[in-house]
Write a protein of this length. Structure first.
Ligand SMILES: [Zn+2]
Ligand SMILES: [Zn+2]
Length: 254
């Protein structure tokens, strides 16, 4: 069974002590592809470098709302250039985070919109981060719906929002939070979605699934999310895994 982790942060400093061992263990766990999500301007070339050194790792370039103040024309030009690399398959992670509000909301919205514009111009998918900002996030996505394609990462919205995301051409990504004991609402959303529009992710080292909560997350734990999703959809993991894998390949054009 082959698994595709659509959202990792393997460059996070929490992997500094043992990154090479983790990269080996991922493949042993059946995770044969993953996409490393970029978060800030400094990360752009680090992601490109990781992808060039590691066969099964693909990457994105983008400025996370936590770093929204870093976006400039120079950074956008750099991103456009790196998107010419065949291992760089998306613009992300981009979006809005009104939980932490590290940057004023208007700065976050401008940063998000400029990068959606870039993705449209370069005809590449986007990886969207939306934390406690569903209303504004959907407004901006509606404004960029022409040619929109990508993933709502670590989805946390309602069924209605999920439905609208599907209509806008997006896939819904579930991570470790789907396995949490109090995740009844999210599990109800997952149950009602078509398997051919879902992908899975770890968002490691964050969002560790049950039964490993409290530990550092890594892609080898993604099977816990797969198992929960299969149960919700009434499928076996053997049936579901190839569907999710092919969804992931098609969204990223791999
Ligand atoms: Zn995120
Ligand atoms: Zn992330």
């Amino acid at each position: 069974m082959e698994l595709f982790d659509t959202h990792t942060h393997l460059l996070d400093e929490r992997f500094d002590p043992d990154r090479d061992e983790v990269l080996l263990s991922i493949q042993k766990a059946g995770v044969t592809r993953c996409v490393e999500a970029c978060c800030d301007a400094f990360g752009i070339d680090k992601v490109v470098d990781l992808c060039s050194k590691t066969d099964f790792v693909y990457g994105s370039v983008g400025i996370h709302p936590h770093s929204a103040g870093e976006l400039s024309n120079e950074v956008l030009d750099k991103m456009a250039d790196r998107l010419g690399n065949s291992k760089i398959v998306a613009v992300g992670e981009i979006g809005l985070d009104y939980h932490y509000d590290f940057f004023p909301r208007n700065v976050q919205r401008d940063c998000f919109a400029s990068q959606l514009e870039l993705a449209r111009r370069m005809r590449v998918p986007v990886i969207i981060h939306d934390r406690e900002a569903h209303g504004d996030c959907m407004d901006i996505l509606r404004a960029y719906k022409n040619g929109l394609c990508g993933i709502m990462h670590c989805f946390s919205g309602s069924y209605e929002t999920a439905r609208e995301c599907l209509d806008l051409g997006l896939y819904i990504a579930f991570g470790g939070s789907l396995t949490f004991k109090n995740a009844h609402n999210l599990q109800d959303v997952a149950r009602r979605l078509p398997a051919d529009r879902i992908v899975i992710e770890t968002d490691c080292p964050y969002m560790t699934p049950v039964p490993h909560r409290g530990e550092r997350n890594d892609p080898s734990y993604i099977h816990h999310t797969l198992e929960m999703l299969a149960e919700l959809l009434g499928m076996s993991t053997q049936q579901l895994a190839p569907v999710l894998y092919s969804n992931s390949c098609s969204v990223f054009g791999i």
